[in-house]
Design a binder for this molecule. Structure first.
Ligand code: SF4
Length: 310
C-alpha cells in the first residue's frame, strides 16, 4: 500500500476539501480521513482524489492529505563542475554536489533524463539519505554548493528546502536547475535559501511550450521575474530544437523581452539539441543557427551569451 511507503512525508502548499491550507497532518490521521486535495506547489494545481498522484508522480493524496514520496529518497547523486549546470558566473571553477529524486511536472519530448524524470520515486531504487546525510557528503567532498538538478527540483520541494536550510547553516550555497514551473509563494519561500538558479526558457511561444512540455509558458516567465526580484543569481538556458525552438524571429522576441525586463546582464546559454527520447527522429541543431542566435542575442543587448553542447 503506497500510503505506507516509508518515504512518505507531509507536503507543503496544499488545500484539502476542508480548506486546510498548508496542512502538515500526520500519517495516522491521514489514514483515517478522506477527501480531495488541491496541490498549490506548481501551476498545474492538481486536484487529487484519494490515492491519486499528481502529474509529477511525486505527490499523493493519502487520506485527504497531500504527501510527498520524494522525502529522503534521491535516485541520483553526483559531483559535477558548476559549469555543467550550466552556471558560468557563479563560483566558477568549483565542484557542486548534484542530486535528484525521481519525477517531473513536465513531459518534455526531448528529456535527456526521462529514465528518472518520468517515474515516481516509489518506482526507482532509493538511496535513503536524509538532508543531513546530503550536507555531510558536500562537506566530505568539499563542494562549495549543492545543486538540485537532473529532474525537476520543484517536485521534491520539501526535501530540497530541508537540505537547503542545513546547507546554509554549514556555509554551503544552494543552486536550483529548473524548468521554472513553480507557483510564486513556494518559490519565494525557497528563495530565502537559494543562491543561484539556471532556468530553462524552452521557447517563447505558448502553444509550442504546451506541445513540447505539456505546460504553459507564462508561469516560467513569472518565475524569472520572481528570482530576479528576490536577488537570486540567475542564468538562463535555451535549447534550440529544430522545428520547435529554433525559429530565429521568435528567438529575437524572446531576447527583446529579456532585455526589456531587466535581464540584459543575465547569462544566456544557447544550447545545441541532439536527438533523444521522443524526438529521436529530429536532427541536431545546425551550428549556423546556433551562431546566428548568439549574434541576435548580443545585438538585442544581452551581454553574456554562450553557445553550449557544441
Ligand atoms: S507539484 Fe505535482 S501534484 Fe503538485 S500541482 Fe504540480 S504536478 Fe500537481
Amino acid at each position: 500500500m503506497i500510503c505506507n511507503n516509508k518515504y512518505l512525508h507531509p507536503a507543503k502548499y496544499q488545500k484539502s476539501t476542508s480548506g486546510n491550507k498548508n496542512a502538515q497532518g500526520d500519517r495516522e490521521k491521514a489514514e483515517v480521513t478522506s477527501g480531495t486535495v488541491l496541490c498549490l506547489l506548481c501551476p498545474h494545481n492538481c486536484q487529487l482524489k484519494e490515492g491519486q498522484k499528481g502529474i509529477c508522480r511525486t505527490r499523493i493524496n493519502c487520506g485527504g492529505q497531500l504527501y510527498t514520496l520524494a522525502w529522503n529518497n534521491p535516485c541520483s547523486i553526483c559531483i559535477d563542475p558548476i559549469e555543467k549546470k550550466p552556471l558560468y558566473h557563479f563560483l566558477p571553477g568549483t565542484k557542486v554536489l548534484s542530486l535528484a529524486t525521481a519525477g517531473c511536472n513536465l513531459r518534455c519530448l526531448n528529456c535527456q533524463n526521462y529514465s528518472i524524470s518520468q517515474f515516481s520515486p516509489d518506482a526507482l531504487q532509493a538511496h535513503n539519505l536524509t538532508a543531513q546525510d546530503i550536507v555531510n557528503k558536500a562537506i566530505e567532498h568539499k563542494t562549495e554548493s549543492i545543486a538540485y538538478t537532473y529532474t525537476e527540483p520543484t517536485v521534491y520541494f520539501e526535501y530540497m528546502l530541508e537540505i537547503a536550510k542545513l546547507a546554509h547553516q554549514n556555509g554551503i550555497k544552494n543552486v536550483m536547475v529548473s524548468n521554472g514551473y513553480i507557483n510564486r509563494e513556494p518559490l519565494l519561500e525557497l528563495c530565502n535559501y537559494l543562491d543561484a538558479a539556471n532556468i530553462d526558457l524552452k521557447t517563447f511561444n505558448n502553444n509550442t511550450h504546451l506541445k513540447l512540455t505539456g505546460a504553459k509558458l507564462q508561469p516560467v516567465l513569472e518565475t524569472l521575474l520572481t528570482l530576479k526580484e528576490a536577488g537570486v543569481w540567475l542564468e538562463i538556458t535555451h535549447l534550440m530544437i529544430p522545428g520547435y525552438s529554433d525559429n530565429l524571429t521568435l528567438f529575437k522576441e524572446m531576447c527583446q523581452w529579456l532585455v526589456t525586463n531587466g535581464f540584459a546582464q543575465t547569462p544566456l546559454h544557447i544550447n545545441r539539441f541532439f536527438p533523444t527520447f521522443k524526438l529521436c527522429d529530429s536532427k541536431p541543431t545546425s551550428l549556423t543557427t546556433l551562431r546566428d542566435a548568439k549574434k541576435i542575442a548580443l545585438e538585442c543587448g544581452l551581454e553574456h551569451v554562450y553557445n553550449g553542447n557544441i
